[in-house]
Design a protein around this ligand. Structure first.
Ligand code: NAG
Ligand code: NAG
Ligand code: CU
Ligand code: ZN
Length: 203
């Protein structure tokens, strides 16, 4: 063997041993990396709506069977004015009972505001909920949403962000003006809450 080839072989062996040592040390410091998780991958989250004037209340329950599965949202919201109300995930959690602290619609991909079934939309674009008058002169909006864009895990998780309910109807980006492509012209923020991870609901 020439000297050059010997040096090359020595270098390859040296780098190989280095990689092995690095790999073993990562494995040693993170012994859980090669273990199955003890709990199921399903995730659950909740959001307890609050409104500055206390008129709107409601609880929302979210669930996702596994990473990349659709997110189901269910719940009831009472005290809204009858009719449709924009319903979104905003970027930040609620600070100090102030729905303005939640920033704009959660939009990590930089798209325009649109409808929940649009291929390009804000991640937070969930359309509208509709409040109906009940016999007791109150209103209730029954929320049942299945959404394929939202997720409770990974890079674009909405956990820790906010759900915001608006005063007016979301025009789903069809309003023909700048506001429509930003917020759907859904008006003021009448209620909001921060999403937090929770246990599976008890049957
Ligand atoms: C919402 O209210 C309806 C009618 O009272 C009830 O059947 C439903 O279970 C409620 N949904 C949730 C998620 O609490
Ligand atoms: C989204 O839904 C609306 C109403 O349900 C429908 O008119 C529209 O064509 C749908 N858009 C897409 C992109 O599927
Ligand atoms: Cu909003
Ligand atoms: Zn939006």
């Amino acid at each position: 063997m020439s000297k050059g080839v010997m040096y090359l072989v020595a270098a390859v062996v040296f780098v190989g041993i280095g990689a092995l040592v690095a790999g073993l040390s990562i494995w040693y410091h993170h012994p859980n990396l090669n273990k199955e998780p003890l709990v199921s991958e399903a995730r659950y989250a909740r959001c307890v709506l609050q409104s500055p004037d206390g008129r709107v209340t409601g609880s929302l329950y979210l669930q996702q069977a596994r990473s990349l599965a659709p997110v189901l949202i269910s719940g009831n919201i009472t005290g809204l004015t009858p009719g449709k109300h924009g319903f979104h995930v905003h970027q930040w959690g609620v600070e100090g009972n102030d729905c303005k602290s939640t920033g704009g619609h959660y939009n990590p991909l930089g798209y325009d505001h649109s409808a929940p079934n649009a291929t390009e939309r804000h991640v937070g674009d969930l359309g509208n909920v509709e409040a109906q008058t009940t016999t007791t002169r109150n209103t209730v909006a029954n929320v049942v949403i299945t959404d394929k864009v939202l997720t409770l895990s990974d890079q674009y998780s909405i956990v820790g962000r906010a759900i915001v309910v608006h005063a007016d109807e979301d025009d789903l980006g069809m309003g023909g003006n700048d506001g429509s492509l930003k917020t759907g012209n859904a008006g003021g923020r009448v209620a909001c809450c921060t999403l937090y991870l929770s246990e599976a609901p008890k049957p």
